[in-house]
Design a protein around this ligand. Sequence first.
Ligand code: ZN
Ligand code: ZN
Ligand code: ZN
Ligand code: ZN
Ligand code: ZN
Ligand code: ZN
Length: 327
Amino acid sequence: MSLATESMVRRQAGAISPDALKQMQSAVFAADELLSSLAMHVRLDRDELKPELEDISVQDMLERIDLLFATRAQHTGLRWRVLPSLCKVRSNPLLLERMVCDLVANAMRYTPQGGVLLSWEPGGTTSFTPGSLFIVVACLCWAIDNNLTRKVSTNDAMLVAALKGLVAGSFNTALALGSGASWPSLPGVWGSLLVGFFGYGLSLTLFVVGLRTLGTARTGAYFCVAPLFGVIISLAVWHSVPGPTFWLAAGLMALGVWMHIRERHVHQHTHEPLEHAHEHRHDEHHRHEHAFAWRGDAPHVHSHRHEVITHEHPHYPDVHHRHTHRP
Ligand SMILES: [Zn+2]
Ligand SMILES: [Zn+2]
Ligand SMILES: [Zn+2]
Ligand SMILES: [Zn+2]
Ligand SMILES: [Zn+2]
Ligand SMILES: [Zn+2]
């Protein structure tokens, strides 16, 4: 304020120019802001003000701040960028937003040229919360699910996937609605149905086929390369280069996949007698006769019996190769 008044004095009071008036106005505004934030700090220090805490979506706040500073950045010629964040924090929305605004305002004030970047880095420290325990339990349930699905994987894979999707989907929807979630908009429903068709329906069908021919452990291990595709897409969408730990992890992952692909398990083994139904061709495990004429090289489904057979060939722990391995 003193600066503005000084310039007024220099201009010999009486005829106040619009420029000086504007200057004074903004100085008074800044002083007011400063005083009220000072008052708030004092009250916070004295514990008079108990800030009420709420769950805040960081992204909503960042978008408001983005709007607030976009024009100012344009005026000062600074580049202004806000990175999106999916974080949720528990804080007081007004105080937090004010604090972040203050930080950005200071950054803009004291940056003569270049740009200002606002990004939200969650926590920094990795802590074990009760929520992460649920994820561990979910993974355990998934492992049990996979082992049980392997036992029914000789059935029609599409049917298995459809039944699982129907039961799990309706249960999860009921769980969400029961815990207070509201029904999404129609485009949202169609979008999630589309994602569900590819991400669950098609994926699960192929997963069941994998369980049938590769066994549980290998199918699960191969399925783990799924995030790799997510990483490739995200690298294309967000143009940021990840740090050295990322490339180290990527290298280890590639090594693991390579070792998996090179795997060749051959030894003499004996098949116990077994009766079951699944899609098959007449290969070295399926040498049965049919009562009617049938081209055995075409895939077909029926209940059939496997007699005792001892032979040697490369194999996976699929539905026919459940033998144990002793060192
Ligand atoms: Zn069979
Ligand atoms: Zn047949
Ligand atoms: Zn057959
Ligand atoms: Zn065999
Ligand atoms: Zn075998
Ligand atoms: Zn074996």
